[in-house]
Design a protein around this ligand. Structure first.
Ligand SMILES: [Fe+2]
Length: 356
């Protein structure tokens, strides 16, 4: 007797020319599992056409191959988003599942914020899925697929920035009012839409890094001047990629200005203070927080508490410190941020309890 257990997966995950290391089954009308593709077999476009034209909503894998399947999704996520055989809903479901695991793993390991409850995981899945559906409709999906295909770590970072941005803004109605004047008077669905658009800006903020070589992105040491110039182009490249999409202006400005510093020392335009749009000022804080709490090519992750101290210019608590003890790339960070927003973000962080 066949006592194998199978799990349903989305047919949208099956992409032409990739070589999954697991078998794929389909289920007959009598409930029997029939082998459809062997591990290591490239799946041809004609096979995929038959699968999708038949309106199949799920295919199956042996449950013992779940880990391999998850690795396959991570490796091929960019191609899956570009897969013309998959529906937008299938892509959004796959993307939100992979992304939720990224956020969960980061919070439970490097950030040490506690075990993510099933409830928070569900909300994270919905948040990411909504953002991706909007991205699909706004014609910016290809740009996102390009970025993920180029550099998976940029995608992981962007996913976490999405989570923090949406969670932070949901607890900060006054900031949402500044992002979208008249927010308080909107109905529930319109309010959700404003937050969703901010999340879209968050996940796309580094999309221009698709044009920065991996050698520069992952360099284990200081960037040479010319490399730094290339790196500094990514907000502009990001805007260029998204210019013809239906994203609203405040999202495009958020992406273009997310490296502008409050004191005018940022790039690409050297804007200052309130001339920087508020979504970009929020992203500047969250982008930095996530980068510092993540493993970087040149540094181990900092704890959230130490990161906040460094961002406030007090790496050793209340002690007045010598900046030379800090990593040069973290020195003198405080003037980069809008202090009011930074204060609100720190208060929000104090309330992040993932295990509730
Ligand atoms: Fe960036």
């Amino acid at each position: 007797m066949n006592d194998r257990k199978y799990m349903a997966v989305s047919p949208g995950a099956v992409i032409p020319e990739a070589l999954p290391e697991f078998r794929i089954y389909i289920r007959s009308s009598e409930g029997r599992y029939i082998l459809w593709a062997l591990e290591g077999n490239k799946v041809g476009t004609d096979q995929l056409a038959k699968l999708t034209e038949g309106g199949l909503s799920e295919v199956f894998i042996d449950i013992q191959d779940q880990f391999k399947y998850e690795q396959y999704l991570e490796t091929n996520l960019g191609s899956i988003l570009d897969n013309r055989w998959a529906s937008n809903d299938q892509k959004a479901t796959i993307f939100s599942n992979v992304s939720t695991n990224v956020v969960k793993n980061a919070f439970e390991t490097s950030m040490g914020l506690g075990v993510m409850s099933a409830d928070v995981m569900q909300r994270t899945q919905a948040m990411v899925k909504n953002a991706l559906l909007f991205i699909s409709e706004s014609k910016s999906l290809q740009a996102l697929a390009k970025m993920i295909g180029h550099d998976y770590e940029t995608y992981e970072h962007a996913t976490k920035v999405l989570w923090f941005t949406v969670s932070f803004l949901n607890s900060s109605k006054d900031i949402l009012e500044k992002i979208q004047p008249g927010y308080q008077d909107l109905d529930v669905e319109q309010k959700k839409e404003v937050v969703r658009l901010c999340g879209v800006g968050a996940i796309l903020h580094d999309i221009g890094k698709a044009f920065v070589s991996k050698e520069i992105l992952h360099k284990d040491g200081p960037l040479a001047d010319i490399e730094w110039e290339v790196m500094k182009r990514h907000p502009l490249s990001g805007l260029a990629m998204l210019l013809d999409t239906d994203l609203p202006l405040f999202v495009k400005k958020g992406i273009l200005h997310h490296h502008e510093d409050f004191n005018g020392g940022g790039y690409p335009m050297g804007l200052e203070g309130l001339n920087i749009c508020i979504l970009a000022r929020v992203l500047r804080i969250i982008d930095t927080f996530d980068a510092m709490t993540s493993r970087r090519p040149y540094k181990d992750p900092e704890t959230p508490a130490k990161t906040v101290r460094i961002m406030c210019g007090k790496p050793d608590g209340s002690k007045v410190t010598d900046d030379s003890e800090q990593d040069p790339r973290d020195q003198g960070m405080r003037p980069c941020f809008d202090e009011d927003l930074l204060r609100q973000f720190i208060l929000f962080l104090g309330n992040v309890k993932l295990d509730r």
